[in-house]
Design a binder for this molecule. Structure first.
Ligand code: HEM
Length: 419
């Protein structure tokens, strides 16, 4: 487990971010991880003298994620913690790609982060998530009712995708009729954004999505209902705790973060189980293992390849590397989750594994707000699927299963199954 001195060629390292490493980037991660915990990568950043680093191992990834003073998500803060530098490198760098979420909790640090997170956390307690179970169960059953007789479905289109989008839209109070628009916008945005890259057509989707949210918020102002947007609007109207731009970004983030990821957990997780029939059989024989299987699926091949980029606010040494103020640090969660220093047989899927910690939901102050919701949804999704369709099997040759590669995640384009 000593560091190997043989560097991995730059082109190969960059394939991690382009999707060229394919559906199984894990051998490449293992190779890169063996060369070190913190590795310089050749990445265009918009600035000239800043270096980009890739963190491959769990201990160092946690070190960065928990140190929100020296590693900020908000590159405007890199001059000093209190002195905001106005967009030092222009708007072409990586944070430009996520600008539509500027001022949302994932792109700001203390003290604003704490204020926003406290406001929205009230709606995301594990207890509230548990109270959603009956409704999530109903949605799961309704979706499977529609395909049960047919004996086959596209698990992505018919089940894994609509389940979380319906749940988050119901929580927020997005009308049923608008959900297909949300789907179209958010997948176009997710597929068109990359680190330092934005496909030209994304601008139009961002604008349309943004306008829709403004209109939705206005509707809720006029007709408050029993939903999260109405609650947030009420907080905004109380005065200084939630600004309008923050409110809009928060809603966009919740919609955006709240469904593709969970959908990918259910669909990729199902494929991982179909790939390893012994694990699938074990799970079907004892559905009480579903929660532990979910944690293992999150560790083994969770939806998020990387966390959002961090920027060093001062010069700092990490795993023997000299990171300079302003440098960008990319945490490869999928690699950390296969770290042989943390897990025995990390490349094996073992649904009974006792996991102390994985990084699939991140770590530190930005750790996923929606994790309790994702866990409830995934629990119901897997349990209902395997209970109702115990003969679940792939309906196309394995090599025909297709994927979408995005910068920060990777998910199935479709998963035809029979049952
Ligand atoms: C399996 C499903 C999910 C995965 C794997 C996932 C993953 C993540 C990760 C890795 C982060 C941290 C990013 C970073 O540190 O840069 C994060 C943050 C976040 N997630 Fe999730 N997520 C999931 C589901 C959800 C859901 C269902 C919601 C909301 C309904 C949600 C809302 C958020 C929010 C608001 C943040 C930002 C938190 C903050 O900055 O304080 N996520 N998620």
């Amino acid at each position: 487990m000593n560091d190997s001195n043989q560097p991995v060629p730059e082109k190969e390292v960059l394939s991690v971010f382009s999707g060229e490493s394919g559906e199984n980037p894990f051998p490449l991660f293992a190779k890169i991880r063996a060369t070190g915990a913190v590795i310089p990568i050749p990445f265009p950043m918009g600035g000239t003298d800043q270096q980009t680093w890739m963190v491959t191992r769990m201990e160092e990834a946690m070190q960065v994620l928990k140190d929100h003073v020296r590693f900020t998500v908000d590159r405007r803060y890199i001059n000093s913690n209190s002195n905001i530098e106005q967009n030092p490198t222009g708007d072409t760098g990586p944070s430009a790609s996520t600008n539509f979420l500027t001022e949302s909790i994932n792109s700001i640090d203390e003290p604003d982060h704490r204020r926003l997170r406290t406001l929205v956390s009230k709606a995301f307690t594990p207890r509230y998530m548990e109270s959603l179970r009956p409704r999530v169960q109903e949605i799961a059953d309704e979706l499977l009712d529609q395909v049960q007789e047919k004996g086959e479905m596209d698990l992505v289109r018919d089940y894994a995708y609509p389940l979380p989008i319906n749940v988050i839209c119901e929580m927020l109070g997005v009308p049923q009729a608008d959900r297909s628009k949300i789907h179209a916008w958010s997948s176009a945005i997710a597929h068109g954004l990359g680190l330092g890259r934005q496909a030209p057509e994304v601008e139009e989707h961002l604008r349309a999505f943004g306008e829709y949210i403004v209109q939705l918020v206005n509707d809720k102002r006029r007709h408050p209902a029993d939903d999260l947007i109405s609650q947030l609007v009420a907080i905004e109207e109380e005065g200084d705790r939630l600004g309008e731009a923050e409110l809009l970004s928060m809603i966009k983030l919740l919609i955006f973060a709240g469904h593709e990821t969970t959908s990918n957990l259910v669909s990729t997780g199902t494929l991982m189980l179909l790939d390893q029939p012994d694990q699938l059989e074990k799970l079907k024989a004892d559905l009480s293992l579903v929660p532990s299987a979910i944690e293992e699926l999150l560790r083994f091949n969770g939806p998020s390849t990387i966390a959002g980029p961090r920027f060093a606010t001062e010069d700092i040494e990490l795993a023997g590397q000299q990171i300079k103020k302003g440098d960008m640090v990319i945490l490869v969660l999928k690699s950390a989750n296969r770290d042989e220093r943390q897990f025995s047989d990390p490349e094996e899927l073992d649904i009974t594994r006792k996991i102390n910690r994985h990084l699939a939901f991140g770590y530190g102050i930005h750790m996923c707000l929606g994790a309790p919701l994702a866990r409830v949804e995934a629990d119901i999704a897997f349990t209902t699927l395997l209970r109702r369709m115990p003969n679940l099997r792939l309906n196309v040759p394995r090599e025909n299963v297709t994927w979408n590669f995005m910068l920060s995640s990777q998910g199935l384009a479709s998963l035809p199954v029979a049952f």
